[in-house]
Design a binder for this molecule. Structure first.
Ligand code: ADP
Ligand code: MG
Ligand code: ZN
Length: 615
């Protein structure tokens, strides 16, 4: 992409240069101006020389005594409180006088030695930065070193830029955005029918789903200038600067219309104005300015504002009303097909073996965002390089899915035999409970090689097809599967370990959601008792019920999980031979695939008939 960046260095940079120049000037140049070859001597030496009549001329200055010897050399010495000096000099026959001080006022000397160079340097710097800005096609009007200037980057159309093709999945978002591109390129078509383009579109979605990428693709597709700035860049140290930047940005945009302005991470300035005392004045001023500017410009002129955020609920309602950001473009986590396409888009850039099954990788990477998928492809390529291969294989991709989920293999962590055995039973516990329930996703892989995220082992389940609705039974089965690890430990070793912490956390979260948000408990029915607050960032919840209800929820959650634990324990007990056989295999091999798992399971369930004649 032909990205023309406005050259802008931080203010500190210039101050540092000015300071350095001044220090150099005062240290190197000044001494040359003031002292030609003058030898510095003691006052006693000076007295000796006058007494011995070796001095021809003396000049008494206000901070030193300069004198010339009969040998024509120049000397200087410091002033002393010496009342007899005049007498002695007269006696020595030297010509002497004191300086007629046309002393510069200290203010003037500061002006000359410090302020003047500073003004000069700033002037020159500003001149050059303006020149560069003009060459970059930006607007005019600058304050000192770009303070209060929008530092929007201007993208111009280029042939090598990011296009909609580079954004996989997200078809709805692309459709909405291509309409905007079309409007900017053929406004007549829309005017003819009397349609007005939305002034702004807000891209909302979790991190890494391609919001910024989409905006760049719009820039690559549209034949118009594209201003891009991040919300945080408006937030300045000085009050009022953010507002000035907004003003400047819109001024530039109006001059360049039709064009697109993209404000990334808009929540940095667009947060709700809560009117709290001591609230963030600067941010509110900036937001107010943004609101004013968005009302102020003429939509038909063709300035379209795009903004992106992953916290839409925190935005000020004024920003979201029609006439401002009146279009909301959801950019969600990709589904199975989307994941496959994103993998393919990124695989275009690496050397892939031709037979790679992207569908399988996409299935294993359930819940991954576009950014994570891009990362998976890159990890796979790195793994191939590490192994000294020229192409990326299916195995590379599958291993890097695990790296993204669980971190790297920790080869040097050595588990004791007992611990390894416990981990093996724990993981098989999960897998066996899952396999013995009808509505559970099949086991894909189990390993007990420790990972850098702290997991000592894990069980990977992969859904055959993606589904978007979960039944109550499926959720309960999930909880049972999560408790299966601990249940196996308890059943086999009659003791429990810390290894189940993460399982417990997940099971509790699921059980709570079933009760407080999905209306899946008989005790409460369809009542919402928790609200999702940060939908796209981890999904925090806040409780919206009385303390008494909250206590009862805790009790119901406890019962729900206990029931599922009992179910899991029972399942494992009934299938103890399989549990032992599988755990033994996992302990010996450290990794077991879904197919191997099923094979051992069936073999143990239907042992081959013993040959006749043997006991
Ligand atoms: P965000 O939504 O947080 O702004 P980005 O647009 O910055 O996410 O995405 C980060 C990276 O993830 C992109 O540079 C791209 O490599 C990859 N990516 C994300 N979504 C997609 C997608 N839909 N298609 C292709 N690549 C994607
Ligand atoms: Mg982004
Ligand atoms: Zn576990």
């Amino acid at each position: 992409m032909n990205e023309v960046k406005r050259p802008r260095k931080p203010l500190m940079f210039y101050y540092a240069i000015v300071l350095l120049a001044l220090i150099l000037f005062n240290a190197l140049v000044m001494p040359f101006l003031t002292n030609p070859n003058v030898t510095q001597v003691d006052y006693s030496e000076f007295m000796n020389m006058t007494n011995e009549k070796l001095v021809s001329e003396v000049m008494i200055e206000d901070n030193q005594i300069l004198f010339k010897g009969k040998n024509n050399k120049l000397y200087r010495t410091g002033l002393m409180d010496d009342p007899e000096l005049t007498q002695r000099l007269y006696a020595s026959g030297a010509k002497f006088s004191s300086q007629i001080v046309e002393q510069m006022s200290p203010i003037l000397s500061i002006l000359i030695s410090w302020i003047l160079p500073m003004v000069l340097i700033i002037g020159v710097g500003n001149y050059f930065s303006k020149k560069l800005v003009e060459r970059a096609g930006g607007g005019a009007g600058s304050m000192m070193f770009g303070m209060g200037k929008s530092n929007a980057k201007v993208y111009v159309k280029s042939t090598s830029g990011i296009k909609f093709d580079d954004v996989a999945g997200e078809d709805e978002a692309k459709e909405i955005l291509s309409e905007i591109v079309d409007f900017l390129e053929n406004p007549k078509k829309y005017e003819a029918i009397g349609a007005k383009m939305p002034k702004g579109a807000l891209l909302v979605g979790p991190p890494g789903t391609g919001k910024t990428l989409l905006a760049k693709a719009v820039a690559g597709e549209a034949n118009v200038p594209f201003f891009s700035i991040s919300g945080s860049e408006f937030v300045e140290m000085f009050v009022g600067m953010g507002a000035a930047k907004v003003r400047d940005l819109f001024k530039q945009a109006n001059e360049k219309a039709p064009c697109i302005v993209f404000i990334d991470e808009v929540d940095a300035i667009g947060g709700k104005r809560d009117g709290r005392i001591g609230g963030n004045d600067e941010r509110e001023q900036t937001l107010n300015q943004l609101l004013t500017e968005m009302d102020g410009f003429d939509g038909s002129k063709g300035v379209v504002i795009l903004a992106a955020t992953n916290r839409p609920e925190s935005l000020d309602p004024a920003l979201l009303r029609p006439g401002r950001f009146d279009r909301r473009v959801p950019v969600e986590l990709p589904d199975l097909k989307g994941r496959e396409e994103i993998l393919k888009v990124h695989a275009r850039k690496v050397n892939m073996q031709p037979n790679v099954d992207f569908g399988a990788v996409a299935r294993a990477a359930a819940g991954a965002s576009g950014a994570e998928l891009a990362n998976i492809v890159n990890e796979a390529a790195l793994r191939a390089v590490r192994d000294g291969r020229k192409t990326v294989t299916q195995a590379d991709l599958e291993e890097s899915v695990e790296v993204i989920i669980a971190g790297y293999q920790k080869k040097n962590r050595v588990l004791s035999d007992k611990e390894k055995m416990v981990v093996a039973y724990h993981e098989i516990g999960h897998a066996l409970v899952a396999a013995k329930q009808s509505e559970s996703a099949p086991v894909h892989k189990i390993t007990i090689i420790p990972r850098t995220n702290g997991a000592l082992g894990y069980t990977m389940q992969v859904e055959e097809n993606e589904h978007f609705l979960l039944t109550r039974e499926e959720l309960e089965n999930k909880i049972a599967t999560l408790t299966g690890g601990r249940a196996a430990e308890a059943l086999v070793f009659n003791q429990i370990t810390t290894g189940a912490a993460n399982d417990i956390e997940q099971a509790t979260r699921l059980a709570r959601a079933m009760i407080t948000r999905y209306g899946m408990s008989d005790a409460f029915g369809m009542v919402a008792m928790e609200q999702l607050t940060n939908q796209y960032l981890g999904g925090d919840t806040t409780l919206v019920c009385s303390d008494e209800t909250s206590n009862r929820i805790d009790e119901v959650v406890r019962k729900l999980i206990a029931a599922q634990y009992d179910k899991a324990f029972g399942l494992l007990k009934d299938n103890a031979p399989q549990l032992h056989a599988l755990a033994k295999y996992l302990y010996e091999h450290e990794t077991i695939t879904g197919d191997e798992f099923m094979e051992i399971l069936h073999k143990t369930e239907n042992p081959p008939a013993l040959p006749v004649g043997e006991a």
